[in-house]
Design a protein around this ligand. Structure first.
Ligand SMILES: [Zn+2]
Ligand SMILES: [Zn+2]
Length: 358
């Protein structure tokens, strides 16, 4: 069985489970259990107005970026258990605000944590102090997170930090958030924490064109203080994920940011619940907790690639070519058809696209 076929079957199985049990069952079991071998899984966990992302590498390393709000511990704990996570190899806290560091102390106390990465900035809150105390008790020392640092993530995945600048003081705590690029094969994911304009400018100066990524976790919950034009044009993502609470008092995500993201496929945790991106190193598919209910899952004109059913390949019914979902030359929605496996596409007389070489 080819890897693609295996992934296709597995995702189909996951989707069937969704269909059978519906969304209410998923609320009790939000695990979106995807343990496809040879894939990188990025779980944007729905923690309301906050951030928490679990990254699972092909060689079974677990990396947690941020830990939601203090009251999100149960949600995160249930999610991690559903993914059979016992050890977190790395925990990266982007900055000490309570919607990012919230459950960190409890996670530290209840899980084996290999190493902790933090930007070098203190915060005068009980939350921060208790977390540092818990680190001490565990005999852990935080590794400073700044531009130039690479976080070990197994043999096949790289995590490179492009900001903040080492030793620099930022006026905004948010701007200490490391802008981090996770790459597996030809696919890539950018993380931004709550980084605002200054943080983005520093990452641009450090990384330039290396910012290019397939999936952008939109900075600061979609606030218009983040996602500057130049930054976005360098990242140039096909997919954007916004981690945001329903009816939040901040008005996140802002109209302005959503306008800038026009043409991308946008996932919002307040609408979609947990969002999981699965990369086989060539292309990325998404599944979401509420996929059965999504009315308009793909607002993008060029890439209505994502529907309730996970899709691995997109065919052009006119040219009879097929593409990876990440291809820059996807057909218009009207001319799209989908295949779960490469063999399906070839079996139906489609030939691979010369650009994305699926
Ligand atoms: Zn935040
Ligand atoms: Zn913040």
């Amino acid at each position: 069985m080819t890897k693609h076929k295996f992934l296709g079957l597995l995702l189909t199985a996951v989707f069937l489970v969704f269909s059978v049990f519906g969304c209410s069952a998923l609320k009790d079991d939000p695990g979106l259990s995807v343990d496809a071998e040879g894939t990188l899984r990025v779980h944007y966990i729905d923690v309301g107005q906050g951030d928490c992302t679990l990254i699972q590498t092909p060689d079974n390393k677990n990396i947690l970026i941020d830990t939601g709000n203090p009251e999100n511990y149960d949600t995160i704990n249930i999610y991690l258990k559903a993914q059979k996570v016992e050890k977190l190899d790395v925990m990266l806290i982007t900055h000490p605000h309570s919607d990012h560091m919230g459950a960190a102390e409890k996670i530290l106390k209840n899980y084996t944590v290999g190493s902790v990465y933090l930007p070098k900035v203190a915060h005068n809150t009980m939350l921060f102090e208790n977390f540092m105390k818990a680190m001490n008790e565990k005999g852990l020392k935080a590794t400073a997170a700044y531009a130039g640092v690479s976080i070990p993530a197994g043999d096949t995945v790289s995590i490179d930090l492009f900001s903040p600048i080492e030793g620099k003081s930022y006026a905004e705590l948010n701007d200490y958030s490391p802008i981090a690029r996770v790459a597996y094969g030809e696919t890539s994911f950018l993380f931004t924490g709550d980084g605002e304009n200054e943080d983005e400018q520093d990452a641009i100066a450090q990384a330039g064109l290396k910012l290019k990524s397939d999936v952008l976790k939109v900075g600061h919950h979609g606030s218009d203080t983040s996602t500057g034009e130049l930054f976005l044009s360098l990242v140039n993502p096909q997919y954007a994920v916004i981690s945001v609470g329903r009816d939040n008092t901040y008005g996140h995500p802002s109209e302005n940011t959503l306008n800038k993201l026009k043409g991308k496929t946008i996932f919002q945790t307040d609408r979609e619940g947990n969002v999981v991106a699965i990369s086989d190193g060539h292309g990325i598919s998404f599944i979401t907790q509420n996929s059965g209910k999504m009315e308009n899952p793909a607002p993008a004109d060029e890439s209505s690639a994502i529907s309730a059913k996970p899709i691995v390949y997109i065919g052009n019914t006119k040219t009879k070519k097929f593409h990876l979902t990440s291809c820059s030359g996807l057909p218009k929605a009207d001319n799209q058809t989908t295949f779960e496996t490469r063999d399906d596409a070839v079996g139906q007389g489609y030939t691979p696209c010369g650009i994305c070489k699926p």
